[in-house]
Structure formats: C-alpha cells, structure tokens
Write a protein that binds this ligand. Structure first.
Ligand code: SAH
Ligand code: SF4
Ligand code: F3S
Length: 480
C-alpha cells in the first residue's frame, strides 16, 4: 500500500515536494539518512516506542506512527527506555491526562542516562492549550509536541527534531484535509481498524472530543474500500470501521452516501469475513442500518450504543438529543429485528445536577435493555465544555451512585453473557492466552471472548467453538 521501496530513490538534493503525501515520503527518506548515520556512529539500530492512551482512533493513529518509524529504520520496542518515545495521548477524562504526566516523569530519568533520547507527545491532550503550557513549563525536556490534525506530518516533524535542539511545537486548530496513502503498520495481522471519518459535530455538553478532534470529516468511500481491499489481500479477515459517530458518515461528502450504503459496499469485498464499527450515536441510528445489519452475513452481532444516562432531563442537559423513551424504543426495535445481537453501552455517573432519582432511571435502562457489557465512567469536568460551568455533584454521592450502577451492570451482563452456554459459535482466534500457554483466546461475533485449548497456528483463523463454562464476561470452551 505504501511506497516502501521508493525511499532510497528519492533525490534529497532537491527541494521537498509541496504535495502530500509525496512531501512526507521525502522527509521519511531524510529521516532514514539520519538513522543510518546514527547506526554508523553507535554500531546499533535505534529503538522507538509508541505508547497509546485512549480510544480505537488513537490506536489506529499509533499504527500510522509505527508505520513511519519502522520505514525510516527504527526497531520497535515496548520498552520506554528507548531512543525515541512517543506518547499518543487522550484527554477525555482527567485521569487519562494524569497518567501521561506520571509517565513523562519516568521518561526524564531515561533521558538523563541517554541524552540523545527524543521524547514526543501527540494526540488529543496536545490540542488543549492548558496542557501545552504545563508541558512547556514543567516538562521542558520533551522534544516534540504535535496535535491530532497534523499527524500525517510526523515524518517532517521528526526531521525537525533531528535538526533543532529546542522543543518543536506544531499544533493546528482544525483542518479540512485528509491525507491518504501514508505507511501504516498493523498491530494484528488478521484484523484492523479503519478510519471512515474524523472529528465530531455533536458537542455533548460534557465532552472535549469535538474541541480536540475538530469538525466531522468523512473519507471518500472509494478510499475506504480500496484500503479494506488491500488489507484483505494482506491477510485481514476482520475490520472495524472507526468514527466518533459512524451513523452520520457521508453527510458532508461531495456525493453524500449513508453509513448503511457504505456497509453494503464493504460487505461485497471478497475474502473479508467480519465487519465491526464504533461508535453509533443513538440519535442518528437509521432503520436502513438495522435492515443492513439484519441481512448481512459479515456484520458482527454486536452494537455499541452509548446511552450515557437514563434520565431525560439529564440527557437533555448533556445535549444528547434523545429521550429515555426514544432510546428504549430504539433498543427494543434492534432486539426485535436482530434477536441474537449483543448490546453494549457507555454510562456517565455524576453529570452536573444528577440526583439519586436520575441514577435510578439509568439503572432502569440497564435493566430494560439488558446490556452484555457497559463501560461506566465517573463524570470528569473538562475545561471549556458547557458542563464544566454547571453545578457539580458532591463526590460522595457520585461514588455511591457509581458503585450502584456498576453492580447493576455486572449482574445484568453476567446473565446476558451466560445465555449462550452450551452453544457452538464461531470465534476468531486472536492470541495465545496470557495466563495459560496451552489455551488460545478467540472473539465471538457478539464480542464475547472464549478461551480454549489450541496453539499459535490457529491465530487469525475463525473456528467453531463450544461454549462450555461462563465465567462472568468470558467463556471457557473447546473446538468442535
Ligand atoms: N463518540 C463516542 C464516545 C467517545 S468518548 C460516543 O458518542 O459514543 C467515550 C466515552 O467517554 C463516552 O461515550 C462517554 O461515556 C465518556 N466520556 C466522554 N466525556 C466524558 C467526561 N467528561 N467524563 C466522563 N466520561 C466521559
Ligand atoms: Fe463526545 Fe458526544 Fe461527540 Fe461522542 S458524540 S465524541 S460523546 S461529543
Ligand atoms: Fe481520548 Fe481522543 Fe479518543 S480524547 S477517547 S483519544 S478521541
């Protein structure tokens, strides 16, 4: 997919090209030259480490960073005591930021031992001016800061880091452009995420994502299809289409198409076995999408449908643009049309103004929808969002309600996941079990994990497995 072999043919005596992605390949060639010089001087291949915080979008962005780092000649490592370390950050909740600051402190120690070590920070946190100020002030040893809109310029920025000793900072407010055809290296050989859109226009009142990821932009369907075809040719059997709100995909394209239409086209790709997507906003989930899912042989039996809260008053204050009743009706319709589907969700506890009665409504939704899993978060105040200025809920009340919601989620999810006991279902084998080397771990279409006897030769294969024992959120089983 990328022009790996062309790097050495690029004439570096010329000026860098103006067009993308050619300009970036030019800079990759220059970085490669620098890496070779390092190798000659030190007698070893330099090591790079990419650490990812946050969501699937960040995970995909990190694969793009790894693609470039490897192409220019770095050896990748998971050890942060490396020659180049980059943190791809998240800022959706404050604890994500705190983790980054803690880890940066550790990196300082490594850099003291290895003065040539370069440290970079990118991703959502870097789009916040307060975070950038803090890094400039308290972490001046960081060599490079760039945001979410210019990640495609990573090779160019890396060159600047080699050439200048001051902190390199390049952060854009927003962008309209999408640069295609840059290198990317997948974490898994058999599955991959694919961005279908970037940014978000929803401005839920608690959420910082629209401010750090910019306005919604969809990729052209032909670019998406071409990327998936290339992935399938390279051994990928499962893809996950990624966007903050996939249900509004395609609305801003020159020739608008719906997400359901895109799915129909993806379904046609021969050799592709499974299709997943994240995330669906309930307000935009169409009947057309339910129909396409129902008829599809490849779309997985799993829908992540974040509810956030059960009380209509709170949903309104959150700017979610649906009521409790509308959400429940939608969930019931999906269950009616696709009975074997697993529904999962995100829940926030402690949004400003939330009372114990409001939390009871959230619990009522969990009991009615019967989620297979739910990610429950304590509300985190994000500077610059409308909710930050609203009256906050006392900490003890939040803690008490959070525990209550979590208990309900766990009870319901246990029962839901257990309903498949004794069934034979297809699992895509993902890895050797972390705790027991004689087992492999597979993922069912409904996203539940199953562990069963097997070896590395099964990785990447879809095999039928009998689900014997349910242990809360996962199964133990055997191949049939
Ligand atoms: N675009 C996705 C969500 C992206 S953020 C969607 O709309 O569903 C992932 C989850 O983080 C959200 O669903 C929400 O539950 C949670 N979240 C976002 N902002 C938060 C905040 N300020 N405090 C706590 N949780 C938050
Ligand atoms: Fe945040 Fe809402 Fe956009 Fe999701 S839809 S990213 S929760 S603003
Ligand atoms: Fe975090 Fe950015 Fe994703 S804030 S959740 S990494 S879009």
């Amino acid at each position: 997919m990328h022009k790996e072999f062309d790097l050495d043919k690029i004439d570096l005596s010329k000026e860098p090209p103006k067009e993308e992605p050619d300009r970036q390949y030019y800079y990759m060639a220059r970085c490669r030259q620098r890496i070779r010089e390092f190798q000659q001087k030190s007698g070893r291949v330099p090591k790079a480490c990419v650490t990812t915080f946050g969501c699937q979008m960040n995970a995909r962005d990190s694969e793009k960073l790894v693609g470039i780092l490897r192409l220019v000649g770095y050896e990748m490592t998971e050890d942060e005591d490396a020659d180049f370390v980059i943190f791809n950050t998240c800022t959706v909740r404050d604890n994500a930021n705190q983790r980054v600051y803690g880890r940066l402190g550790e990196l300082k120690g490594y850099q003291r031992k290895n003065p040539d070590m370069k440290i970079a920070l990118c991703g959502c946190m870097v789009q916040e001016s307060s975070a950038v100020e803090k890094i400039r002030g308290s972490y001046p040893f960081v060599n490079l800061l760039f945001g979410t809109h210019n990640i495609y310029k990573f090779a160019e920025l890396l060159c600047t880091v080699f050439d200048q000793s001051d902190m390199v900072v390049d952060i854009w407010e927003d962008t309209n452009s999408i640069v295609e055809n840059l290198p990317v290296e997948r974490k898994y050989s058999f599955k991959s995420g694919i961005n279908i859109m970037f940014g978000c226009n929803n401005f839920c009142s608690y959420c910082i994502v629209p401010y750090v990821r910019g306005r919604e932009r969809s990729r052209e369907p032909r670019e998406i299809l071409r990327e998936i075809e290339a992935l399938v040719a390279d051994g990928v059997v499962e893809i996950m289409l990624l966007g903050q709100n996939v249900n509004s995909y395609g609305k801003n394209l020159e020739h608008p198409i719906t997400f359901a239409q895109l799915l129909r086209e993806v379904e046609q790709i021969e050799g592709l076995r499974r299709i997943r997507f994240m995330t669906s906003h309930p307000k935009d989930l169409s009947d057309e999408l339910i129909q396409v899912m129902k008829e599809s042989k490849k779309i997985c039996r799993h829908l992540h449908l974040p509810v956030q809260a059960g009380s209509t008053r709170i949903l309104n204050a959150m700017n979610r643009r649906y009521t409790k009743e509308q959400y429940l009706e939608l969930a019931a319709k999906i269950r009616r049309e696709i009975p074997d589907i697993a529904l999962t969700t995100d829940i926030i506890v402690g949004f400003p103004g939330e009372t114990d009665d409001d939390v009871e409504e959230t619990i009522d939704v969990i009991n009615q929808v019967r989620y297979d899993n739910a990610f429950t978060f304590i509300y985190s105040r994000r500077t610059g969002t409308p909710a930050a200025g609203m009256e906050q809920v006392p900490r003890e009340q939040v803690k008490r309600n959070f525990d209550k919601v979590l208990r309900t989620v766990q009870t319901v999810a246990r029962e839901q996941v257990a309903r498949y006991r004794g069934r034979v279902m297809d699992a895509l084998v993902e890895e050797i079990n972390e705790n027991d080397g004689s087992l492999v771990t597979g993922r069912l279409s409904n996203n539940t994990l199953v562990h069963f006897p097997g070896d590395a030769s099964l990785i990447g294969q879809i095999v039928p497995v009998c689900l014997e024992e349910c242990h809360g959120f996962y199964y133990m089983g055997h191949r049939v």
